[in-house]
Structures are given as structure tokens and as C-alpha cells.
Write a protein that binds this ligand. Structure first.
Ligand code: NAD
Length: 420
């Protein structure tokens, strides 16, 4: 009965609520709130695609620019059956605060197509991508709005968008998307950047809390790009990764999983399920495991009011966007869990996207060590900036990160003024 009585807010309501909390804590003037809270532009497009059967199927697509106050809009494109305009608006809003938290000169944007890419052939995926890219073409560009990969979009999909844009312009424009293949101006280290940023901010948190990284127990929910790379770095640093999962199920070994072997197994079979030497457990059990570090790296709303009280981790590192609902946030907070909020924890991806754009625009090519060193510097500084607000103002880490992001955007808005 309880389950039906609890209705979690949609992602955009959560984004607005978090903005209000930050604006109140900053005592932000009403005029600035009005100017920076809402998306600047929302484009909704109809995407007809000729399927391999010859039938034409129509998909819904979106591109939202939440803010261009600090620079061009920046944010990924998601292909998923559950994509809605509200989800895209929420993700675009988070991008604005995220870029401000790591202090890169970008605003926030996001795109999405409501589709199941796993059910599409490669040809259908390419036609869908090129038609969607053509439809959002008036909005995007290296100085205006720069898409990137998100859930179920890949470097190949970015290459098709870059090609579609370039063919329309009549010359190659590398800086129109990031997360491209290396052969097309992609940055070394971009693929690993989100997981790496999760790792750096979690290590900083361990230091702050006096937890030794070596020997710490880690649980990772979602074993895609962000989750598997983070797991690999935790494993290499001497932690014990107890459990990981994907949409097909969860695997657990309390002595620690051999993560490089799990990655090789997943690459071979398509899933972590069936990995030898691990037990199969339920997702509720995975999230409730006794551990120092829990990394939700799948989708939104993984930790809700219904399961927050079962979390036993000391640190929750939000690799995913919005994995903890506001109600669950309050429960984790009361239980003394140290949360690294998404707009800080997973900002490594957009930071190296920024490095990629800088390299493209300047025709440069940095080596991987250079990229990783710059990333570590940016993530560590952002962590310290957020931690300072957390300690000085005695607010939780989510609110501290939102306060930092919102205050930097508010400053930009104040000095730019209101046009006309
Ligand atoms: P991905 O598609 O590579 O991986 C997602 C993983 O989650 C897959 O292994 C999938 O099987 C698993 N998954 C999906 N639903 C699940 C469920 N209900 N339970 C368990 N596992 C589930 O995507 P990604 O790029 O790793 O993104 C994951 C999250 O990280 C998203 O919230 C995304 O917005 C966020 N993120 C990613 C990046 C990036 O650069 N990749 C940057 C910032 C934020």
C-alpha cells in the first residue's frame, strides 16, 4: 500500500526544487532568480526514420538550452525509451550548475530522442541520428551549443552528428560535438573521464573523512561507461569492489571482484551476469551491502524514499545524474552518509569535453597524461570549493554544490545585465 502512496517527483521538479534551495541559501535577489532559473530555449522535433523494412517510423526528439550565460550550451544527447521533455529540461538545468561548479566557460544544454536504440539496426541508428542532427542544426555549433554522448549514445553517433553538421556547412567543424572518436578530433582520456572524475572526488572524500582508500569496500550500480571505469580505477587503487550490476542482474563477491576480468567478461558476453566466481544477488541487496563507498552509475531515481534507509555506505558517489531523490537525500543526510553530488562527482566527463573542444578549436592534440593531470587538478579544486561551502555554511554537500554553481551563474547574469 505504501508503495503506491509515494509518488516521487519528476526530474524537472527535482531540478527546480534544488535551485530554490540553493537560491534561498544564497539569499539570491528575485530578479536574478527569474533570469537564471528556467531554460532559455526548448526545441521539440519530429524525427521520421525509414526503417530497414521500408516503413517510416516517427520518433520524438528534443534539444534544450538551459543557459548560455557563461558560455555556449553544453550537454549530452540521450537515446532511451523513457526520454521526456521534462527529463531533458532537468538534465540541461543540471549541466548549467555542473559546468559552473568545475568553472569551465560553458552553459548547460541537453538533448534526447525517445527511442530504444538496442532495437535499431546500425543503419536505422545512423538515419535517426542524421535526421535528428539536421532538425536541431539551427541551435548547435561550436560557439552556440555543443552536444556530447550520454546514455546509449556513442562516439560513432557523435561522428555522424559532426559529419551531418559539416556537410551542411560545407567544411569540417570538429568543435560542434565532443566525445568524438580520436580519429576525428576526439580527446585522449575522454572515454574514461567521467569514471576518473568519480574516482578523484571519492578519493578526496575519503581523505576528508579519514577513510583509507586501500582496502575500502565499493559497490557499483550500473556497469556502463561511468560505472565500469570508476570500478576499474577503484580496483587498481586497492579497494575491494564487492558487487556490480547492469540491467540484466547483479553479481557479488564479498572478497572482491576481479574488475578487469568482469570487464572482459562483459565485453565478451554483453552482461556481467554469469561471471564465474560471483554470486547472483537482487538489486535491493546490492544497494544495501555494507560498504564504505556506493557508486550509483545507472539512471535517475535509483535511491528513493523506499530504499534510502537500507543504504549502509559511508560515502555515496553520484556517478549518474539524479540517482538520489530529494526525499532520499534527507534520509541519507540524517543517517550521516557523505554524498558527493552528481554535478560535482560526474563532472569529469564535461571537463574533458571542454578540453576536447579547446584542442579542436586550437588545432592541438594533448597527450593522455596531460589530459588526466589537468582533469585531476580541476576535479580536486572543485571538490575543495564545494567542501569549503559545506563546512563554512554547515549545509550538506548537495546544497553546497548547488550554491556554488548557482552563485557563479548568478554572478555572470549580474555583470551581463538584462538585454535589451
Ligand atoms: P551507459 O549506457 O554506458 O551505462 C549505463 C549502465 O547502467 C549500463 O550498464 C546499464 O546496463 C545500466 N543500467 C541501466 N538501467 C539500470 C538499472 N535500472 N539497474 C541497473 N543497471 C542499469 O551510460 P553512462 O554513460 O555510463 O551513464 C550512466 C549515468 O552516468 C547516467 O546517469 C549519465 O547521465 C551519467 N553520466 C555519464 C557521463 C559520461 O560521460 N558517460 C557523464 C556524466 C554523467
Amino acid at each position: 500500500m505504501l508503495a503506491t502512496a509515494i509518488v516521487e517527483k519528476n526530474a524537472y521538479d527535482v531540478a527546480l526544487e534544488n535551485f530554490d534551495l540553493a537560491a534561498n541559501a544564497l539569499d539570491l535577489e528575485d530578479n536574478i532568480r527569474t533570469m537564471i532559473k528556467y531554460p532559455e530555449r526548448i526545441l521539440s522535433v519530429s524525427v521520421p526514420v525509414r526503417m530497414d523494412s521500408g516503413k517510416v517510423v516517427r520518433f520524438e526528439g528534443y534539444r534544450v538550452q538551459h543557459s548560455t550565460l557563461r558560455g555556449p550550451a553544453k550537454g549530452g544527447i540521450r537515446y532511451h525509451p523513457n526520454v521526456t521533455v521534462d527529463e531533458v529540461k532537468a538534465l540541461a538545468t543540471w549541466m548549467t550548475w555542473k559546468c559552473a561548479v568545475v568553472n569551465i566557460p560553458f552553459g548547460g544544454g541537453k538533448g534526447g530522442v525517445t527511442c530504444n536504440p538496442k532495437a535499431l539496426s546500425l543503419g536505422e541508428l545512423e538515419r535517426l541520428t542524421r535526421r535528428y542532427a539536421s532538425s536541431i542544426l539551427p541551435l548547435i555549433g561550436p560557439e552556440k551549443d555543443i552536444p556530447a554522448p550520454d546514455v546509449y549514445t556513442t562516439p560513432q553517433i557523435m561522428a555522424w552528428i559532426m559529419d551531418t553538421y559539416s556537410m551542411n556547412k560545407g567544411y569540417p567543424v570538429h568543435g560542434v560535438v565532443t566525445g568524438k572518436p580520436i580519429s576525428l578530433g576526439g580527446s585522449l582520456g575522454r572515454n574514461e573521464a567521467t569514471g576518473r572524475g568519480v574516482f578523484y572526488t571519492t578519493v578526496s572524500s575519503c581523505r576528508h573523512l579519514g577513510i583509507s582508500v586501500e582496502g575500502a569496500r565499493v559497490v557499483v550500480q550500473g556497469f556502463g561507461n561511468a560505472g565500469s571505469i570508476a570500478a576499474q580505477l577503484f580496483h587498481a587503487a586497492g579497494t575491494k569492489v564487492l558487487a556490480v550490476n547492469d540491467t540484466r542482474g547483479c553479481i557479488c563477491n564479498l572478497k572482491g571482484l576481479d574488475i578487469p576480468a568482469v570487464i572482459a567478461f562483459k565485453n565478451r558476453t554483453g552482461s556481467v551476469v554469469g561471471f564465474p566466481g560471483a554470486d547472483s544477488i537482487k538489486q535491493e541487496e546490492l544497494l544495501a551491502l555494507e560498504c564504505e563507498i556506493l557508486v550509483p552509475a545507472a539512471l535517475e531515481n535509483a535511491i528513493t524514499v523506499e530504499n534510502a534507509h537500507t543504504i549502509h555506505a559511508r560515502i555515496v558517489s553520484e556517478a549518474a545524474n539524479g540517482p538520489v531523490t530529494p526525499e532520499a537525500d534527507r534520509i541519507l543526510d540524517q543517517n550521516g552518509v557523505f554524498l558527493i553530488p552528481d554535478i560535482l562527482c560526474n563532472a569529469g566527463g564535461v571537463t574533458v569535453s571542454y578540453f576536447e573542444w579547446v584542442q579542436d578549436e586550437n588545432h592541438l592534440f594533448w597527450d593522455e597524461q596531460d589530459v588526466n593531470n589537468r582533469l585531476e587538478k580541476v576535479m580536486t579544486r572543485a571538490f575543495q570549493d564545494v567542501l569549503k561551502i559545506h563546512l563554512d555554511r554547515k549545509v550538506n554537500m548537495r546544497l553546497a554544490a548547488n550554491m556554488l554553481g548557482v552563485s557563479r551563474v548568478a554572478d555572470a547574469s549580474r555583470v551581463r545585465g538584462l538585454y535589451p
